[in-house]
Design a protein around this ligand. Sequence first.
Ligand SMILES: [Zn+2]
Ligand SMILES: [Zn+2]
Length: 149
Amino acid sequence: MEKKIEFGNFERPYICSKCGGELIFKGVGEYRCEDCNQIEYDDYGKVRLYLEKNKSANMTEIQNGTGVSMKSIKQMVKEKRFEIAQNSKVFLYCEICHTPIRMGRFCNECEIKYHRQLEANMRAKSREGKEGIGMGVKGEKGAKRFERE
Ligand SMILES: [Zn+2]
Ligand SMILES: [Zn+2]
């Protein structure tokens, strides 16, 4: 049995299906046979080619049309290897709010919120470390009392 190629290589072809010659990488998922010039594609090449002809295809259609596994297709979208056409049917969902998105893991809004949250967490942590919990609050109360008197 053939050893499964490590995930992320997108099933790169090595041998020409026509003559058995060696395939040379040409770029964007395309490989050309040294001997007979036959063009072969890896998963990325197949999906890319399919999307060129079927711009509004959804994931199931891509899977059926190319024979590429759903896992590979999702992985490629997450790695932002291609963007799904604007008029495409729902393709991916934001992992936080489940809004349909065209690429990546989050919608724009959640991506911003997510980063804000990370920043806030980091700031809170560094504050705790420097001043100790509660010192900022005490200082504020003290200041107000002072103003009133
Ligand atoms: Zn060949
Ligand atoms: Zn979202």
